[in-house]
Structures are given as C-alpha cells and as structure tokens.
Design a protein around this ligand. Structure first.
Ligand SMILES: [Zn+2]
Length: 397
C-alpha cells in the first residue's frame, strides 16, 4: 500500500514533459494544445509547450512518453466509514485500490455503513465531525476523501446546521437515508444547510439496501438539493419519464453512478445532452455498497457513457473531473494554473482495437493507468488494477 502523505507537505517543482494528449477537465475545451505541465509545491504553475516553459530546477521530472494526462478522477459518491475499511463488504484497502483506478478524490454521501451508526441528533453530528477530521488527517495512498456527511434526521433545527458548519462540516449525506423523506422537511434542511455553506445531495429512486428509502421526483424537486444523487437509482431507478422531468425541471447536478441502473444512466446522459447541459453531469460509483466496491468504477462509467452513450470520450472525462470540481467547489479536477497537481496518466490498454486512448474508450475498452500524481507527488506507477497500458510514463530525474 502506498504511504499516506500529510496534506500540505511541500513537493517542490514537478515537470511533466512529452505529454501526448492533455485532457483539461473543461467541457468547453476538453483538449489543450500543450505537451508540458509544471507544478510547484503541489499546485499547477504552468501549462504549455515545453519549449516555452521554464523547466529548470525540478525536483522531479516525469517523461510522459506520449501518454495522456488527465486531471485525477473524482468519485462524486462514496460511502466511506473509517480508515481504508468498509464494513459493508468486510474489505480493507478499497480506497488505495481506487487510486489504482485513477481516482484522486472522493466525496462522501454519508458514512452510513458504520455499524451502530448513531441516529440521535447529537450522535449524528459527532459522527460527521469525527469523520471529517479523520479523513482530513488520513489519506490512503494520498487520495483526498471529503467526508463528514451527516445523514439528516427528523428533529434537526437550524442551529444544528450552524454548529456543523462551524465545526468544519461541508457536506450532507444523502437525504432520504435517514428519517427525513418528505419534500417539505427535506427542503427546509437543504435550505438551512445551504445557508451555512453545506452542500447537499438527495437519494433518488428505490431503497438501496434494507433500511434505505424511496425518493421520487416530486420530493427531489421540492427539496432542491445541490446534487440529484444517483439519478439512475442506487440500484432501483425511477421511471425514465421522471428522470427526464428531473433533468428538465431541476437545474442541479445530475449524478450518474456505477452502482445504479445503466439504462437509466444512459437516459439521463441523453436528456442532459439534448438540453445542452452536459456540464451538470457528474460521475460516482455509490460504493461501497451491496454491489461491492469498484476500483475501476469511474473508468467503467467513462467507457460506458462514451461507447454506449455515444459521447466523445474527452467530454466524458470532464464529467469525472472538471464538472465535479466546479459543482463541488474543489480545488482539483482541472488542468489550469493554481489548481491542485492531481494527475492520472493514461494510455490505451495493450491489444485494444482502438487507434489511441480516446478511441479505445469510445470503443468501450478501459484505458490503462500508467501513473498517478497527487499534490505534485508520484503516488503509483503502473496500476495493479487496470488492463496494462501500452505506454507508461517514467520518472527521469
Ligand atoms: Zn442512495
């Protein structure tokens, strides 16, 4: 397992040269005309052609060997508990395994799998604050886990949200996993959360596991949470007409997850495309869950939505990077000056029929991960989980 590095440790100057394809994470310009990225102490300092940039004094130089560089992938929907452990499937090391799937940041939709999870108000607040603190200080393999997402319960009042925000909580767990399942109650809690700078997500569709809830389009429209969580169900989806209606009538983020209904996910993508609102689409796995954990879940979503969803691969990469970063207000996810130097290096998998990496994804193959950098530090080389990439980057100095 890769060593955890404390957040903010200075990494010096990093130079990445010979990039064959630079994916920006920006839907409006998904491919940059550049072959070199320079980072200083974990932040992107310059992007351009190597001949125009100052490459001197690098602590680390990576020769990308013509591979593609994309912003580190962001999983918009996970259910961590503590450490790199999930009690749902009694599995250790799942977050580190996601790193090998190119994921550098993940967002908790609630630490709901904690055995004996407290449901009283003081208990749920204490859990959220503890989870936020714990994952802020512990980053498996360097992966940034944004956690501390309380599952709201009946009886919470405005001062609870003020208190949570003051203590550093920035997210709500999925509305609907606790006792708040009615539109009016959900709307009130979302509004209080928003007032104090806490972003919200709502569960969509049928119950995921026994004890979870059913939330239909009317509740979602009334609640007006920031993210329509797993619009394609987790796994049981709403009727497609309701999904269309959510895309059309609610301007919030459209989250499509791996552990959902694939047909419904493709439908949501199609509607977002018709509305010319692909910038609202973000991707998650909704794992750990009953369906297990998927280290390659985000890459699998990218391949599915590109190949079967007939969407250019470079655009789908934005749904797993820049779209999520913009909607979730994260400092990563885009290749631009000042952003976190979180990168994944990709190439087409060996023996893929695709002409290049993007074409291989468009044909439904998963790309191979050759290296992952977080905060300007090389965390892994060739992934142990993806099919082997044809070309992999090398640290040359
Ligand atoms: Zn859910």
């Amino acid at each position: 397992m890769a060593e955890a590095t404390p957040a903010g440790a200075p990494s010096g100057k990093l130079v990445v040269k010979n990039i064959g394809l630079l994916l920006s994470g920006m839907l409006e310009r998904p491919i940059l005309d550049a072959d070199c990225v320079v980072a200083q102490d974990g932040r992107i300092a310059a992007v351009g052609k190597a001949k125009d940039l100052d490459l001197s004094g690098a602590k680390t130089t990576i020769d990308a060997k013509g591979t593609a560089l994309a912003p580190g992938l962001i999983d918009s929907h996970v259910h961590p508990v503590f450490g790199d452990w999930t009690p749902r499937q009694s599995q250790l090391g799942w977050i580190d395994s996601f790193l090998h799937g190119g994921v550098t940041a993940m967002i908790s939709a609630g630490e709901v799998h904690l055995p004996g999870r407290p449901k009283d108000i003081v208990g749920l607040k204490a859990l959220a604050i503890t989870a936020q603190r714990s994952f802020d200080a512990f980053r498996p393999g360097g992966v940034k886990v944004h956690a501390g997402a309380p599952v709201v319960e009946k009886g919470m009042v405005e001062s609870d949200f003020a208190e949570l925000a003051k203590a550093g909580v920035k997210l709500l767990g999925e509305i609907g996993l606790g006792s708040v399942k009615q539109g009016a109650e959900a709307k009130q809690m979302v509004a209080w959360a928003r007032k104090y700078g806490i972003s919200s997500t709502i569960h969509t569709g049928g119950p995921s596991v026994p004890g979870s809830g059913y939330i239909d389009k009317d509740v979602i429209l009334e609640a007006d949470a920031d993210v329509i969580g797993h619009i394609n169900g987790g796994h049981t989806a709403l009727p497609l007409a309701q999904i269309s209606c959510l895309c059309e009538q609610c301007g919030r983020a459209i989250e499509i997850v791996h552990n959902g209904n694939e047909l419904a996910g493709l439908h949501a993508l199609r509607v977002a495309k018709e509305l010319k609102q692909l910038d609202r689409v973000i991707l998650g796995t909704d794992s750990p869950a009953g369906s297990g954990v998927q280290p390659l879940g985000i890459l699998r979503m990218i391949a599915l939505l590109s190949a079967v969803g007939e969407t250019p691969a470079e655009q789908v990469f934005c749904m797993a990077t820049g779209n999520t970063a913009r909607i979730r207000e994260l400092d990563c996810g885009l290749i631009e000056k000042g952003r976190a130097a979180d990168f994944v290096f990709l190439d087409k998998a060996q023996h893929s029929s695709g002409a290049d990496m993007l074409d291989s994804v468009r044909k439904g193959d998963l790309p191979g991960v050759g290296m992952v950098v977080i905060d300007g530090i090389v965390r892994i080389g060739r992934s142990r989980n993806t099919p082997p990439a044809e070309k992999v980057p090398e640290i040359v100095a």
